[in-house]
Design a binder for this molecule. Structure first.
Ligand SMILES: [Fe+2]
Length: 354
């Protein structure tokens, strides 16, 4: 596996397995929910995994796949044993390609799953790692660190399709839909968490499969390239979600949400936290003068004993990517300007008021 050192010491345990979600009807068995506690994984300490089970059609739709190291793979077989469905009667929908969501994709397709559906992630290119380090003007220490570069390869998706049977992979987009277990689940492209993120939504039932689009975390989007507009898209999408009448929401790292008031409060809180974040963030950094992404990541880590070097190189990469996302958002919302220097680094500065 790519960047093995990033996955050392991970342990996991299933806390719940195939619990019912919401009301089950006699015609379908609906949605099954399993929860996994994870230790020492850099992205999350719990994974909520779901599948739709259509008893009449004898079909299971996996929502994401877990990962051999972070959740193991056997739970997928156990799921099918318990539901008495064969691998040939399964399909996979990926909300996005982060390792905790897509790591068992090859396993599912090799075991016999009939197809995987997802929005195509940005193509990987070997030059992206060095471009990221140039765009952000990252330090020589980071440039030369093997773990940092491996982490970037992982985030850029170098191994997303390693060993994956591409004949069984299908790209989807807005307008595509899955009919299963009485649900009509439309693909809702939701760039933000990453560019290829997609939710599923049943507008009539008010049911949303949110993946990592809704997440209990501080505001911030990691960005790896300029002009991806991830935080901008995220904020605009959250505003739209707030206008839908939702009655249930499945999230990949949180208990499911029910009841419109609870859902509205969660979505509204998320939107407000981003709306407040950008002007506050701008206020805090505007006096630093023209600044690069790495310069800002370093400045933000000043309170730690060894500044940004307090953190492992892989964690530094994520801090840099978060600052990239935030600075690009300030640029997208025209709160800052941006120039590209001769060395390929972006420099952000506050607009002069006339
Ligand atoms: Fe995730």
């Amino acid at each position: 596996m790519l960047a093995q050192s990033l996955f050392e010491n991970i342990t996991y345990s299933f806390d719940t397995f195939l619990q019912a979600v919401g009301k089950e009807t006699t015609a379908t068995q609906g949605i099954k929910h399993s929860t996994v506690s994870v230790k020492n994984f850099f992205m999350a300490n719990r994974i909520d995994w779901y599948c739709f089970y259509d008893k009449i059609a004898n079909h299971v739709l996996f929502l994401d796949t877990g990962n051999p190291v972070i959740t193991g793979s056997r739970f997928l077989d156990k799921t099918l044993q318990e539901l008495t469905v064969s691998w040939e009667n399964t399909s996979v929908f990926l909300t996005h390609f982060h390792v905790d969501h897509s790591g068992n994709l090859a396993y599912c397709l090799d075991r016999g799953s009939n197809g995987a559906y997802f929005i195509a992630p940005d193509a990987y290119d070997d030059s992206l790692v060095s471009q990221f380090l140039s765009w952000t003007r990252s330090s020589d220490a980071i440039r030369c660190d093997e773990q940092a570069c491996q982490h970037l390869e992982l985030l850029f998706g170098k191994d997303y399709f390693d060993g994956v049977n591409l004949d069984k992979c299908h790209h989807v987009g807005a307008g595509d839909a899955f009919d299963i277990a009485g649900y009509h689940l439309e693909v809702l492209p939701t760039p933000g968490h990453v560019s290829e993120h997609a939710c599923l939504i049943d507008y009539e039932k008010g049911h949303l499969v949110a993946g990592d689009h809704l997440i209990y975390a501080k505001p911030g989007t990691m960005q790896l390239k300029p002009d991806q507009h991830l935080m901008y898209h995220y904020i605009e999408s959250i505003k739209t979600l707030d206008s839908y009448k939702l009655s249930s929401v499945l999230m990949s790292h949180h208990d499911p949400l029910f009841y419109s008031a609870e859902i509205h409060e969660f979505i509204h809180h998320t939107w407000k936290s981003y709306e407040d974040f950008l002007p506050n963030f701008h206020e805090r950094i505007k006096n630093l003068g023209p600044i690069t992404v790495y310069g800002l990541a370093s400045a933000k880590a000043n309170q730690y004993p060894q500044g940004i070097n307090t953190f492992a190189p892989s964690a530094q990469i994520r801090r840099i990517a978060l600052m990239f996302g935030s600075l690009e958002a300030l640029y997208d919302y025209e709160l800052m300007e941006r120039r590209l220097d001769d060395d390929g680094a972006y420099v952000y500065f506050t607009k002069r008021r006339l």
